[in-house]
Design a protein around this ligand. Structure first.
Ligand SMILES: Cc1ncc(COP(=O)(O)O)c(C=O)c1O
Length: 450
C-alpha cells in the first residue's frame, strides 16, 4: 500500500497579511493554522473510531498530544477541544497541561530519568504515570505513592530495528524496560497495589510508512498476550507512542492515516480479539503529525551575498528552528509573492549564528532572492519553536495562531533582551535601555488576504 502523494506546499496567508502583522510584530515569527490543525485531528480520530473503550463502546481512541512538540497552552486547549489529552515529560509540561485545563487521566506522564518532584506532581494531577525503568516502581512509591493505574514503557531492543537519527535504534536507546524486565514489572506493581495497567512503546520517529508504524502495534499486541499468559494481567490500554511522520521533503510520503488505522485494526482483531483480550483501548502520543505540517516560520531576507557560494541571510536562525542543523532535516521554503517564478538560482539559506551549520537549506534551488523578500519555512509546527535556544544571544520568536477570517492571535510574544538578561544579576549593569518599551497586545490582528 502506498502512502498519499503530498501535494505542492502552499502558504495559507499572503505577503500583505505578513506586512500587516509586521507593523506591530517584527519577523521572524511562527504561524500555526488553527483550522488545519483541527481538521487533521478530526481525520485521525475518525480513522481510529473503531477503537472501543473499556465498556466495549466505540470512541475509545485518544491522542495524548506530545507537549514537547509545541508547548503552548493555546494549542493544548484547542487540541483538548478536539478530544486530545497531553503527553508530558517534565514538570513545566505538566503545569502547561494543567493551565490548559487538562488534568487527571487526560495526561500521560511519559518521562525518563525522572526527579521525585515530577512524579509527585503527576500523581497529584491524577495523570497516568508511564514508568521508564523497573527500578522506578520503588522510586515512585517513595516519591509519590503507588497509583491504582500504571503504565510501563517497553524497549524491544534488537527485536525491532526501524530507528533513525531522531530516535536511534531501540537497542541503543536509553528508554524503556527490556522484555525480561517488563514481564517482571507487572506482577511486582500488582503486588504493590496497582489495579489497572497500560503498556507503551515509542520506537519509531518521523516514520512515513504505514506498515512499519503498524509493526510497532503488532509488537505491543503480541506482548499484551504474553503478559496475560505469563502473569494473568489484562491491559486496559496500549499506547502506540508518537512517531507518525510527515512529508518534509518533496520525495517523502504522506502517511495515509486511514490505511495505518486499518492495519492496526486488522492486527487488533488477529491478536487481541482472537486471544480474548478485547477491549483494550488504543491510544497514542502523536506530536509531529498533529501540528507539524500546519506551522510556518516567517522570516525576512536581510542579505544576499556571493562568496564561494550564494547565500541568503535571514533574520531567523537556528534559535527559531533547529531541525535542519541538528538532523540535516529538509524543510521546504516558499518566497512569498514569487511562488510561480522559475527556481533558477541556488542558495544556502542561513541564519546569523556563528555556527556554519546554522543553515535552513543547503544548495537549494529557489527563485532569485533579494534583500527584503519574505521567506516562509514550512512544517515548523512541531519540534520547531520548542527546540529554540539562546546561543550567541539569539532570541526566540513570537508565535501566532491564525484563526478563521484572517485573525492572527499572538499566543507567545517574542523574547526580548530583558528576557535574555533576566537570569543575570551582575552588579552595576543595566540593560534596560534595550528593553522593548511596551508589552505587545494580545488582541488578535485582523488582516485581509489579497
Ligand atoms: C515519549 C514520547 N512520546 C511522544 C513523542 C512525540 O513524537 P512525535 O512528535 O514524533 O509524534 C516523543 C518525541 O520525542 C516522545 O519522546
Amino acid at each position: 500500500m502506498q502512502g498519499e502523494k503530498p501535494g505542492k506546499k502552499t502558504v495559507p496567508f499572503s505577503r500583505s497579511q505578513v506586512e500587516e502583522l509586521e507593523k506591530t510584530f517584527p519577523t521572524p515569527f511562527h504561524v500555526y493554522d488553527e483550522e488545519a490543525i483541527r481538521a487533521g485531528s478530526r481525520r485521525l480520530y475518525k480513522a481510529f473510531s473503531w477503537v472501543t473503550d473499556s465498556d466495549g463502546k466505540k470512541g475509545g481512541f485518544k491522542n495524548y498530544f506530545a507537549v514537547k512538540a509545541l508547548p503552548n497552552p493555546y494549542i493544548l486547549r484547542l487540541l483538548h477541544e478536539e478530544g486530545q489529552g497531553t503527553d508530558c515529560s517534565s514538570l513545566p509540561e505538566l503545569l502547561l497541561s494543567e493551565a490548559a485545563g487538562i488534568t487527571g487521566e487526560e495526561i500521560m506522564f511519559s518521562s525518563n530519568d525522572t526527579p521525585a518532584e515530577e512524579f509527585a506532581l503527576a500523581k497529584k494531577l491524577g495523570a497516568i504515570i508511564n514508568l521508564d525503568d523497573i527500578t522506578f516502581i520503588d522510586f515512585l512509591k517513595k516519591a509519590a505513592g503507588i497509583p491504582r493505574l500504571l503504565c510501563f514503557r517497553y524497549n524491544p531492543g534488537e527485536e525491532y530495528s526501524h530507528g533513525n537519527p531522531i530516535i536511534g535504534n531501540p537497542d541503543e536507546a536509553k528508554y524503556g524496560l527490556t522484555h525480561e524486565q517488563i514481564i517482571r514489572a507487572y506482577p511486582k506493581a500488582q503486588k504493590m497495589g496497582v489495579k489497572r495497567f497500560g503498556l507503551h512503546a515509542m520506537i519509531v520517529s518521523n516514520q512515513c510508512r504505514e506498515d512499519i508504524l503498524a509493526d510497532a502495534a503488532r509488537l505491543l499486541f503480541n506482548l499484551a498476550v504474553e503478559i496475560h499468559t505469563k502473569t494473568g494481567i489484562r491491559l486496559e490500554f496500549i499506547n502506540l507512542g508518537g512517531g507518525i511522520g510527515i512529508p518534509y521533503a518533496p520525495a517523502d510520503r504522506q502517511v495515509n492515516v486511514e490505511e495505518y488505522a486499518r492495519r492496526v485494526h486488522d492486527l487488533y482483531q488477529e491478536i487481541i480479539v482472537e486471544n480474548g483480550l478485547s477491549p483494550i483501548r488504543i491510544i497514542m502520543e502523536s506530536g509531529r503529525a498533529v501540528t507539524g505540517p500546519y506551522g510556518y516560520l516567517v522570516s525576512r531576507v536581510r542579505h544576499v551575498t556571493q562568496k564561494h557560494r550564494a547565500y541568503v541571510g535571514l533574520d531567523a536562525c537556528m534559535a527559531n528552528l533547529m531541525r535542519p542543523a541538528l538532523y540535516g532535516a529538509h524543510h521546504q521554503i516558499t518566497v512569498l509573492g514569487k511562488e510561480n517564478r522559475p527556481l533558477d538560482h541556488v542558495y544556502d539559506v542561513t541564519g546569523s549564528l556563528c555556527e556554519n551549520n546554522d543553515k535552513f537549506a543547503i544548495q537549494r534551488p529557489l527563485p532569485e532572492v533579494r534583500p527584503g523578500d519574505i521567506m516562509v519555512i514550512h512544517d515548523t509546527g512541531a519540534h520547531g519553536h520548542a527546540m529554540g535556544f539562546n546561543y550567541n544571544g539569539k532570541l526566540r520568536s513570537a508565535e501566532f495562531l491564525m484563526q478563521a477570517g484572517g485573525n492572527f492571535q499572538l499566543i507567545r510574544r517574542a523574547e526580548t533582551i530583558n528576557d535574555y538578561f533576566a537570569t543575570l544579576n551582575f552588579k552595576g549593569s543595566d540593560f534596560s535601555g534595550f528593553a522593548r518599551k511596551k508589552a505587545p497586545s494580545l488582541t488578535p490582528v485582523k488582516t485581509k488576504k489579497q
